[in-house]
Design a binder for this molecule. Structure first.
Ligand SMILES: [Fe+2]
Ligand SMILES: [Fe+2]
Length: 146
Protein backbone atom coordinates (compact mmCIF):
# COMPACT_ATOMS: atom_id res chain seq x y z
CA UNK A 1 0.00 0.00 0.00
CA UNK A 2 1.24 3.47 -0.83
CA UNK A 3 2.66 5.38 2.15
CA UNK A 4 0.24 8.23 1.68
CA UNK A 5 -2.72 5.89 2.08
CA UNK A 6 -1.24 4.44 5.26
CA UNK A 7 -0.69 7.92 6.56
CA UNK A 8 -4.27 8.93 5.77
CA UNK A 9 -5.65 5.77 7.39
CA UNK A 10 -3.75 6.61 10.57
CA UNK A 11 -5.01 10.20 10.56
CA UNK A 12 -8.59 9.23 9.76
CA UNK A 13 -8.55 6.62 12.52
CA UNK A 14 -7.50 9.35 14.95
CA UNK A 15 -10.39 11.44 13.58
CA UNK A 16 -12.75 8.48 14.08
CA UNK A 17 -11.63 8.19 17.73
CA UNK A 18 -12.39 11.90 18.17
CA UNK A 19 -15.88 11.38 16.71
CA UNK A 20 -16.60 8.38 18.97
CA UNK A 21 -15.57 10.43 22.01
CA UNK A 22 -17.50 13.53 20.88
CA UNK A 23 -20.75 11.60 20.37
CA UNK A 24 -20.56 9.85 23.74
CA UNK A 25 -19.61 13.10 25.45
CA UNK A 26 -22.55 15.03 23.95
CA UNK A 27 -24.99 12.26 24.90
CA UNK A 28 -23.65 11.97 28.45
CA UNK A 29 -23.63 15.75 28.91
CA UNK A 30 -27.21 15.98 27.60
CA UNK A 31 -28.32 13.92 30.64
CA UNK A 32 -26.74 16.41 33.04
CA UNK A 33 -28.62 19.47 31.82
CA UNK A 34 -31.58 20.65 33.89
CA UNK A 35 -33.37 23.81 34.88
CA UNK A 36 -34.52 26.76 32.82
CA UNK A 37 -34.21 26.23 29.06
CA UNK A 38 -32.98 22.67 29.54
CA UNK A 39 -35.16 21.16 26.79
CA UNK A 40 -33.67 23.37 24.11
CA UNK A 41 -30.09 22.66 25.15
CA UNK A 42 -30.67 18.91 25.53
CA UNK A 43 -32.28 18.83 22.08
CA UNK A 44 -29.34 20.66 20.55
CA UNK A 45 -26.72 18.44 22.20
CA UNK A 46 -28.50 15.31 20.99
CA UNK A 47 -28.83 16.76 17.49
CA UNK A 48 -25.09 17.45 17.40
CA UNK A 49 -24.43 13.89 18.67
CA UNK A 50 -26.39 12.53 15.72
CA UNK A 51 -24.18 14.57 13.36
CA UNK A 52 -21.10 13.05 15.01
CA UNK A 53 -22.56 9.59 14.32
CA UNK A 54 -22.82 10.52 10.64
CA UNK A 55 -19.19 11.65 10.73
CA UNK A 56 -18.16 8.31 12.24
CA UNK A 57 -19.91 6.53 9.38
CA UNK A 58 -18.19 8.72 6.79
CA UNK A 59 -14.76 8.19 8.33
CA UNK A 60 -15.27 4.41 8.64
CA UNK A 61 -16.26 4.24 5.01
CA UNK A 62 -13.26 6.31 3.89
CA UNK A 63 -10.88 4.17 5.97
CA UNK A 64 -12.34 0.79 5.08
CA UNK A 65 -13.98 1.25 1.68
CA UNK A 66 -11.77 3.80 -0.04
CA UNK A 67 -8.36 3.33 1.56
CA UNK A 68 -8.45 -0.39 2.36
CA UNK A 69 -7.69 0.10 6.05
CA UNK A 70 -9.28 -1.09 9.24
CA UNK A 71 -11.55 1.34 11.12
CA UNK A 72 -10.64 1.75 14.78
CA UNK A 73 -13.00 0.97 17.65
CA UNK A 74 -10.96 3.25 19.91
CA UNK A 75 -12.08 6.29 21.78
CA UNK A 76 -10.26 9.59 22.27
CA UNK A 77 -10.22 11.17 25.71
CA UNK A 78 -13.59 12.42 26.98
CA UNK A 79 -14.08 15.37 29.30
CA UNK A 80 -16.42 15.87 32.24
CA UNK A 81 -18.31 19.06 32.94
CA UNK A 82 -20.30 20.10 35.98
CA UNK A 83 -22.80 22.62 34.65
CA UNK A 84 -24.28 23.89 31.39
CA UNK A 85 -21.69 26.61 30.91
CA UNK A 86 -18.86 24.13 31.35
CA UNK A 87 -20.56 21.60 29.07
CA UNK A 88 -20.83 24.17 26.30
CA UNK A 89 -17.26 25.40 26.82
CA UNK A 90 -15.66 21.95 26.92
CA UNK A 91 -17.47 20.86 23.75
CA UNK A 92 -16.71 24.12 21.99
CA UNK A 93 -13.04 23.50 22.70
CA UNK A 94 -13.39 19.93 21.39
CA UNK A 95 -15.00 21.14 18.17
CA UNK A 96 -12.15 23.60 17.60
CA UNK A 97 -9.52 20.92 18.19
CA UNK A 98 -11.36 18.57 15.81
CA UNK A 99 -11.45 21.24 13.09
CA UNK A 100 -7.75 22.00 13.53
CA UNK A 101 -6.92 18.32 13.07
CA UNK A 102 -9.39 17.72 10.21
CA UNK A 103 -7.83 20.67 8.36
CA UNK A 104 -4.46 18.93 8.65
CA UNK A 105 -6.02 15.83 7.08
CA UNK A 106 -7.67 17.99 4.42
CA UNK A 107 -4.34 19.63 3.53
CA UNK A 108 -2.69 16.21 3.34
CA UNK A 109 -5.36 15.05 0.90
CA UNK A 110 -4.96 18.16 -1.26
CA UNK A 111 -1.17 17.74 -1.33
CA UNK A 112 -1.54 14.08 -2.31
CA UNK A 113 -4.04 14.47 -5.14
CA UNK A 114 -1.74 12.80 -7.68
CA UNK A 115 -1.45 9.67 -5.55
CA UNK A 116 -5.18 9.38 -4.97
CA UNK A 117 -6.33 8.73 -8.52
CA UNK A 118 -9.54 6.91 -7.54
CA UNK A 119 -10.11 8.41 -4.11
CA UNK A 120 -9.25 12.10 -4.23
CA UNK A 121 -12.63 13.73 -4.96
CA UNK A 122 -14.46 11.57 -2.41
CA UNK A 123 -11.90 12.22 0.32
CA UNK A 124 -11.79 15.94 -0.45
CA UNK A 125 -15.61 16.19 -0.50
CA UNK A 126 -16.31 14.14 2.63
CA UNK A 127 -13.63 15.69 4.82
CA UNK A 128 -14.61 19.20 3.75
CA UNK A 129 -18.25 18.46 4.59
CA UNK A 130 -17.34 17.17 8.04
CA UNK A 131 -15.37 20.39 8.65
CA UNK A 132 -18.40 22.44 7.52
CA UNK A 133 -20.60 20.54 10.02
CA UNK A 134 -18.12 21.13 12.86
CA UNK A 135 -18.06 24.84 12.04
CA UNK A 136 -21.86 24.80 12.33
CA UNK A 137 -21.54 23.08 15.72
CA UNK A 138 -19.28 25.90 16.86
CA UNK A 139 -21.91 28.47 15.87
CA UNK A 140 -24.65 26.52 17.65
CA UNK A 141 -22.66 26.06 20.88
CA UNK A 142 -21.56 29.71 20.81
CA UNK A 143 -25.18 30.86 20.47
CA UNK A 144 -26.21 28.78 23.50
CA UNK A 145 -23.25 30.07 25.46
CA UNK A 146 -24.34 33.68 24.70
FE1 LIG B 1 -17.87 15.38 14.04
FE1 LIG C 1 -19.01 18.40 16.03
Amino acid sequence: MADIKKELITMLNRALELEHAARIQYLAHAELVNGLGAEKIIGRLKEIASDELKHEEKFRNLIGGYLGGEPTMGLAKTHQAKDVKEILEVNLKGEKEAIDFYKQIYRKVIESQRDLQYEFETLEHEIRHVIVDEQEHIVELSLLLG
